[in-house]
Design a protein around this ligand. Sequence first.
Ligand SMILES: C[S@@+](CC[C@H](N)C(=O)[O-])C[C@H]1O[C@@H](n2cnc3c(N)ncnc32)[C@H](O)[C@@H]1O
Length: 279
Amino acid sequence: MNNPDAKIFILETTTVWDFPIRGDWATHKGDYRGNFAPQIARNILLNYSTEGELVLDPMCGSGTSLIEARLLNRNAVGYDINANAAQITNERLRFDVPHSARQTVQIGDVRNLPHADDSIDLILTHPPYANIVKYSDGKNPADLSSIPNLHAFLDELEKGVRELYRVLKPNRYCAILIGDTRKSQHYIPLSHFVLDRCLEAGFALKEEIIKTQHNTTYTARWVGAARSYRFYLIMHEHLFVFRKPRAAENIALIRHSVARGGVKTAREKRTLYRARKIK
Ligand SMILES: C[S@@+](CC[C@H](N)C(=O)[O-])C[C@H]1O[C@@H](n2cnc3c(N)ncnc32)[C@H](O)[C@@H]1O
């Protein structure tokens, strides 16, 4: 195991995060396709949770969030639909720390989580970017990256997002990292579609962070194609931080950070309109 101290770590203060050198402390490795940098998990855990709280990563891949939870004394549960991911995470959680918090990982589906309503302190996750990387080579139909149709993918991911909303405690945070893609030289704003689904599920948008990408596998061929066909190579991802509003919260105050201005029915709309006129 490498030195567990996060030597190159600094706490971010802006909405643009750039990690040219990926953290490799403790058991972190960059060898799982599409895994995120430990610096992302560390920033989110430090900002939105405290020691001893319970963190969930329901699509944990190689366990970056859980390793950071272990180093930072947060309890954590991880799930992944693929057995190999759960096994990798399990192996990478085997190191000594001078803390008592526990981290566990199981095979599981983000759409069906075995947790009570309002029971999780922080969610940090990183879904597949549709079917760009097929995590089970298309062999596991429950793997969201096996779904070839974009709208079907979004519908299934939304079921997962609604589960996240259900299990998160009110007034706590859910961070989701997601990227965009391109087809026929046109931009597909996958992150915007996912953002819409999260707002529709009831979340309020607290932050949108742009995370620059390094170590992408763009070859000289792609650079040439980008110049010839006048498109730009995508080198950023979006890290959305959502808050689950409190039950009796006055959503009108944050109406531009929630779905449809916080208005669900025509009657609510009329009431809100009258209230604003009186103001
Ligand atoms: C982008 S990777 C996560 C990488 C992770 N952040 C890391 O640092 O290693 C997405 C993960 O979602 C998992 N996944 C796909 N469909 C799922 C589902 N229905 N429920 C749970 N996990 C799923 C994939 O197996 C894959 O490991």
